[in-house]
Design a protein around this ligand. Structure first.
Ligand SMILES: [Zn+2]
Ligand SMILES: [Zn+2]
Length: 66
């Protein structure tokens, strides 16, 4: 059996996943008293997506044969 590269199962080869910090919205909402303050998500810089943690942005996974 030969190892190879397959599409990353987490991001399906897209290299990016929805940001778990902001839930993909790109913004974090916080309350300050009566005011609702929205700030850009620091983890994805407001993109709503961040680098896939499973493939580290490569989009592929190495399949290691036994
Ligand atoms: Zn985010
Ligand atoms: Zn991935």
């Amino acid at each position: 059996m030969v190892g190879g590269l397959v599409d990353c199962p987490l991001c399906q080869g897209l290299k990016k996943i929805g940001c778990p910090t902001c839930g993909g919205s790109g913004r974090l909402t916080s309350r300050r008293g009566d005011a609702v303050v929205q700030t850009p998500c620091p983890d994805c810089q407001g993109d709503g997506v961040c680098q896939c943690t499973a493939c580290l942005g490569t989009g592929v996974k190495q399949v290691v044969p036994f």
